[in-house]
Design a protein around this ligand. Structure first.
Ligand SMILES: Cc1ncc(COP(=O)(O)O)c(C=O)c1O
Length: 407
């Protein structure tokens, strides 16, 4: 084993929340209830469409060539980029061409590039940072920076709702004063909470970013226009100050590693990413079939899975102080147990010992400096996997939480 002692190695060969998550994904065998991880569901009606596309590609010399037999342009497969631009222009009226669309090997790698292009050490006196205006926020942003301290976050305001639900809102009052900001970034719908920022909140963040002369990054990996796992707050925002990031992963194609970045600046200097996802999806997007699939199959599928999981949780946790973030999109439920006597990390360990994999909520507050009890009282569960397994997992979560409160 060589000694990895470069600066890069010290940053990237170390335990992180994302690594723990990926290792859990790898260790999930039979008998393990997989409520962790971010895998999308395997929906037969959706996979049937992709299988059909694969047969079409196999029988077509031109498509097969684009699929695996030729290097794409540096910014990614051009016909797909043109189709994405046309689709967004037709749907939202944005003035886009393929030059505004750049593909990356998964949107995760887009964030790595964007964060490090925008923030970190520079000629400025102090390193500039990415502002996450609503924490909790996506775990995957946490360890992308080539330098430490690249993220700064602001804790969300909590609105208690009827029926044991709650909802996060952006606290705008503190945001203007945050120093050394290079960009503002939000996931919408938000992983982990399933929160969907209203269009008004998005517009206010856009105005704030413009005032500060920094871009607004909007990560719509779960949202509109595809895969459309968004149950509220329709509408999306793009202008020359917004960098919109989309992905094919949550459409059920995570292994194609396809991220899509919509920007006003020409970013085609990126390394050529793979074309398999683009070639599968391109005619589906052009014909409207993908849109119908999102609207009629994918969105309703995840909605019904969230509804079922909420009902099971309510049923099993009647005697416990459970609050659930109102599910507005994505496919996670974000559970909050106010006053939880053990940390959520300890609860994660206990649940793992009982064969239930979840994610401890504390991972989802990257860049948040203050100690907020809330960050150790939450769990994220993926409710989109095998229903019987999710059902059992929820029963075991209730048992372990009950035991913690009884101790
Ligand atoms: C909010 C969010 N953004 C981005 C990603 C990265 O997706 P990918 O790299 O598969 O496109 C994920 C993956 O789970 C996510 O949850």
């Amino acid at each position: 084993m060589p000694a990895f002692d470069s600066r890069f190695a010290r940053r990237f060969v170390r335990p992180t929340g994302a690594l723990e998550l990926m290792e859990d994904l790898g260790s999930a065998g039979p008998g393990v209830h997989m409520l962790g991880g971010g895998n999308p569901a395997r929906i037969p009606a959706v996979e049937a469409v992709y299988r059909r596309r694969l047969a079409e590609i196999a029988g077509d010399t031109a498509q097969f060539g684009r699929f695996v037999a030729s290097y794409p342009a540096p910014g990614g497969d051009v016909p797909f980029r043109a189709t994405v631009a046309e689709f967004l222009a037709a749907r939202y009226g944005w003035p886009l061409t393929e030059r505004n669309v750049v593909l990356t090997s998964g949107s995760q790698s887009a964030f790595f590039t964007l964060f490090n292009l925008l923030a970190g050490e520079s000629a400025a006196v102090r390193p500039r940072r990415i502002l996450l205006p609503l924490a909790p926020e996506y775990i995957g942003y946490a360890d992308l920076g080539l330098t430490d301290g690249m993220l700064v976050a602001q804790a969300a305001a909590i609105e208690e709702l009827p029926d044991g639900f709650f909802k996060y809102h952006v606290r705008f009052d503190g945001l203007e004063a945050v120093p050394d900001v290079a960009a503002i970034c939000v996931s919408r719908p938000t992983n982990p909470s399933g929160n969907v920022l209203s269009l008004d909140e998005l517009q206010r963040l856009d105005a704030l970013a413009r005032n500060r002369r920094v871009p607004l990054l909007v990560d719509a990996a779960y949202g509109q226009p595809f895969p459309g796992i968004q149950f509220t707050a329709p509408g999306l925002l793009w202008n020359e100050n917004v960098i919109l990031c989309l992905s094919l992963s949550k459409l059920g194609l995570p292994a194609t590693r396809t991220g899509i970045v919509i920007t006003a600046f020409n970013a085609t200097a990126a390394l050529a990413p793979g074309s398999t996802g683009p070639v599968i999806v391109e005619p589906l997007l052009a014909s409207g079939e993908l849109d119908a699939l999102c609207r009629e199959v994918i969105g309703p599928y995840y909605r019904s899975r969230a509804d079922a999981a909420v009902e099971w949780l309510r049923n099993d946790c009647r005697d416990l102080p459970l609050r659930i973030h109102r599910p507005e999109g994505a496919f996670f439920l974000w559970l909050w147990f106010p006053g939880l006597p053990v940390t959520s990390q300890e609860l994660y360990v206990r649940l793992k010992a009982r064969g239930v994999l979840v994610l401890s909520g504390h991972h989802f507050f990257p860049g948040l400096a203050d100690s907020w009890a809330h960050r150790n009282e939450c769990l994220r569960i993926n409710c989109s996997q095998d229903p019987a397994s999710v059902r059992t997992g929820i029963r075991l979560i209730a048992e372990e939480v009950r035991r913690a409160f009884a101790a």
